[in-house]
Design a protein around this ligand. Structure first.
Ligand SMILES: [Zn+2]
Length: 585
């Protein structure tokens, strides 16, 4: 798939990388580059760097990198053509008429259309159903008509074919309905409705497309509470938060993260337009990154049962790595936000939110509630748990404050507790250092999926990287070495491919442009290419370095060949001897 070079150059020119990335990441200028927190992995100190001079970005934490198109592919979960389309639309450019494969984009558009039609069908059924089953349910949950319309709520009738028949009439094919996951193919080969007898919650993306559904079962039906859409070409549940389409425009800098669709909707109805919910999955890093783009603080509110507590701990652990402020709201009496607001009203819930505890307070309180502090043995148990919790704080002053409080609660000398906390923290640090070391060793042993041959050809690969880097920065040098260097000289296949692609670009333009590669390489390969281009080389003279590396590469290439001389025919052998002879001169 290829777009004309001029089109891509224009696209890149009109979508400056620092501006595009700046729309997702809070970037700070440092000299000629920009830095920010990586949107693709959780981190507290910025290792994500944007290089306007080469139109590229690279994260030293997770290795993701590329050009502006690669960034959009990663950030919006799009394929190459769709990312180009998004950037072209943004810049008001029209797409070239022919010459690219848009089948993936067409399929997505069909799935969006099916989802929209399906949502409309369920919403209509909710209204027109003579028994009003769905409508009555949402009314019982105290939702207003306005809320029902705003969230596009619906009802899937107790039928195997109602939706499929409707979609057939609208011209959609069986296969497309199955891909959209609103229909399932049965053993007899026929398709049938996936959601039957369910209260339907459409899930809407940030651009207003219906991308999936959560279907709530009737209380008397077996199995889990919800049936959710599986991942489709337009939906990744690990990347989506319910309610985000509204919350993203909220003025609030704090968001509420809750467990269920109903909680989020009830909160929105009560005026808390910054509530979002996970879509029937455990909270993920991708969801945390999404949140960090729109708010500064997250208040977690999960059910008081054991599963809810686990979910809350997990979310807190993941959110801690995003730099977001974090508080945890536990509602007395084990109520969820929906029930609480119904019982006491929005104003009291607002007070509850304002008083939500930070994570440490919350954990200490949870520990304390387990024990009766009037009994010596239980007080000791509480103390042990508190020491464990406090030994994980980095902030010395914070430790002092909390230790003082625990000392008072347990009526024990403050310094005794402080010493225990410090000892515990020390041994934890030792353990985590050892673990980090082990992790590094393990990562290094991992197979390199992009260029697996690199591992067994380290010297050659290093020379290759150096050659590629020089050519990306000083493209004019390619002419000088044309006769000494060809793709056959490259030992590792990935570097060979990159060399070929760079040569192709440099044949047409004197200045290398990484955007011209992104059609031929996957996002993770693009990351590797930018890594190669950004690696700092200690050289004074690029040309000298290039020539040195070429001779290293030739040496290595010959070594590789010598290893399998057994399999050479006579001609090859003669030419190899010839080559080695030439190298010696
Ligand atoms: Zn990263």
């Amino acid at each position: 798939m290829r777009f004309p070079d001029e089109f891509l150059a224009d696209l890149r020119y009109r979508n400056r990388i620092e501006e595009i990335v700046g729309g997702y990441v809070n970037l700070k200028r440092t000299g000629s580059t920009y830095k920010g927190l990586c949107p693709f992995h959780g981190e507290k100190t910025p290792s994500f760097t944007v290089y306007p001079s080469t139109n590229s970005y690279y994260c030293f934490g997770c290795g993701s990198g590329g050009d502006v198109i690669t960034f959009i592919r990663n950030a919006e979960n799009l394929d190459y053509t769709e990312a180009v389309k998004l950037l072209a639309d943004r810049a008001g450019m029209s797409m070239p008429e022919t010459g690219y494969d848009d089948s993936a984009e067409k399929l997505r558009r069909t799935v969006y259309a099916i989802n929209r039609e399906t949502a409309r069908f369920y919403a209509e059924y909710l209204k027109n159903d003579p028994q009003k089953i769905g409508y009555k349910y949402f009314k019982e949950r105290k939702l207003t008509d306005k809320t029902i319309v705003r969230f596009g709520l619906g009802y899937a009738p107790d039928s195997w074919t109602a939706l499929c028949n409707h979609l057939h009439k609208k011209g959609f094919k069986d296969e497309e309905m199955v891909i959209a996951n609103v229909a399932v193919r049965g053993r007899n080969g026929k398709v049938y409705d996936r959601f039957r007898k369910k209260y339907m919650f459409p899930i809407i993306d940030l651009r207003g497309n219906v991308i999936a559904f959560g279907g709530r079962k009737h209380a008397e039906d077996e199995g889990g509470k919800y049936l959710n859409t599986n991942d489709t070409p337009v939906y990744k549940k690990s990347k989506t938060l319910f309610g985000m389409n509204f919350a993203k425009s909220s003025k609030s800098e704090r968001f509420i993260l809750c467990e269920g669709y109903m909680d989020a909707i009830a909160l929105h109805q009560a005026g808390f337009d910054f509530a979002v919910a996970t879509c029937g999955t455990a909270f993920t890093e991708e969801q945390a990154n999404l949140l960090s783009r729109y708010c500064k603080e997250v208040i977690i509110t999960m059910d008081a049962d054991e599963a809810g507590q686990k979910a809350s701990d997990r979310a807190a652990r993941i959110l801690q790595n995003t730099g977001l402020k974090l508080r945890i709201l536990q509602i007395d009496g084990g109520k969820d936000p929906d029930e609480y607001i119904k019982a006491y009203g929005a104003d009291r819930f607002k007070l509850l939110l304002d008083g939500a505890k930070n994570e440490l307070d919350f954990k200490l309180l949870r520990a304390k509630n387990k024990f009766d502090l009037n009994i010596d043995a239980e007080r000791l148990e509480y103390l042990n748990e508190a020491v464990e919790i406090l030994s994980s704080i980095d902030d010395e002053l914070g430790v002092e404050v909390y230790v003082g409080r625990v000392a008072e609660e347990c009526k024990i000398n403050k310094n005794t507790i402080l010493e225990r906390v410090k000892n515990k923290a020390k041994s934890k640090r030792r353990y985590s250092n050892a673990k980090a070391f082990k992790d590094i060793v393990r990562t290094n042993r991992k197979v390199d999926e992009i260029n697996p041959e690199e591992q067994s050809n380290k010297r050659a690969a290093a020379a290759e990287r150096s050659i590629l880097s020089v050519l990306m920065h000083d493209g004019y040098l390619l002419d000088k070495v044309k006769n000494d260097l060809s793709e056959d000289d490259f030992v590792t296949p990935f570097h060979r491919r990159v060399f070929k692609a760079i040569s192709n670009v440099l044949e047409k333009t004197s200045e290398f442009d990484i955007t011209l590669l992104s059609g031929d390489f996957s996002p993770s390969e693009m990351g590797r290419i930018v890594q190669i281009s950004t690696a700092s080389f200690v050289y004074k003279n690029a040309e000298e370095q290039l020539l040195d590396c070429i001779s290293v590469l030739k040496e290595e290439k010959n070594k590789v060949k010598v290893v399998d001389t057994d399999n050479l025919n006579n001609d090859d052998f003669a030419s190899l001897i010839d080559k080695i002879g030439k190298n010696k001169k």
